[in-house]
Design a protein around this ligand. Structure first.
Ligand SMILES: Nc1ncnc2c1ncn2[C@@H]1O[C@H](COP(=O)(O)OP(=O)(O)OP(=O)(O)O)[C@@H](O)[C@H]1O
Length: 233
């Protein structure tokens, strides 16, 4: 069976500055793939290139059997790729429910009952529907950004550093939510992070990125061994 996402030798960057030097990766249906890397190694750039926010200067990207290498972001979104950017980008002056409706605006013909379906996995947001987005904590904003993305029913979500600036207690809730979504929605995920523990709790496989190149791949066993070595009992 072919992969949901197949990336071959992807090159991208900003203007004339090359940042990605030939990224290869695949994501299977229902798989959670982590990309681990320190500051400035190209994690965000990889997601932005996959979403079409940055031009592909080399290589190819195939999603669900369609070559999307040079498609625009809204075309990729229509095919089923969702993006939750670093910093969340929720609308601070709109309420939680209004933010969720904005998620639907990207999918005009979508049945509005999708919001109710999505909220089943976000009990914390149900209690906050009338609260202004800007008055939520960082963790609550992260949950909202994820819920809003789900309203477009993506097959693959690109999630950029969800733990950045978030309290440990709500990080745990984000992990549980993402694991529940995996079972209920059969979606796939690419999550980029610096937080090894977070990525280990979620991912089926992890790629290490350094200076725009994938330098290592770890499966579940490799990840758990790495985690155990870092936290000897
Ligand atoms: N708009 C831009 N113009 C030029 N260079 C950029 C731009 N944005 C990022 N870069 C550079 O691209 C490289 C990769 O950045 P990227 O944001 O992908 O890193 P990252 O791994 O996501 O790091 P972080 O964890 O800090 O977000 C860095 O050297 C960065 O300085």
């Amino acid at each position: 069976m072919s992969a949901l996402l197949e990336v071959k030798n992807l090159r991208s960057g900003y203007g004339r500055i090359p940042i990605l030097f030939g990224i290869d990766m695949t994501v299977q249906d229902g798989e959670y793939l982590g990309i681990l890397g320190h500051n400035g190694m190209g994690k965000t750039t990889t997601l932005r290139a996959l979403m079409g926010h940055l031009p592909t200067t080399g290589g190819s990207v195939v999603f669900a059997g369609t070559t999307i290498t040079h498609l625009k972001p809204h075309e990729r979104s229509r095919l089923g790729i969702g993006f939750v950017p670093q910093g969340r980008e929720i609308f601070p002056d709109l309420s939680v429910i209004e933010n969720l409706r904005m998620g639907l605006a990207a999918a005009p013909r979508e049945d509005r009952s999708i919001i109710d379906a999505v909220l089943q996995d976000f009990p914390r947001l149900v209690r906050l529907l009338d609260r202004r987005g800007g008055a939520l904590s960082g963790g609550e904003q992260q949950l909202l950004a994820l819920a809003r993305c789900l309203c477009t029913k993506p097959k693959l979500i690109l999630l950029d550093e969800p733990t950045e600036g978030i309290q440990p207690s709500i990080i745990e809730e984000i992990i549980e939510t993402l694991l529940a979504l995996k079972k209920r929605w059969n979606m796939s995920l690419i999550v980029v992070e610096q937080n090894l523990e977070f990525i280990t709790s979620l991912s089926d496989r992890v790629l290490n990125i350094q200076k725009g190149r994938i330098t290592e791949e770890l499966d579940r066993e490799g990840l758990l061994a790495r985690d155990a070595a870092m936290h000897p009992t």
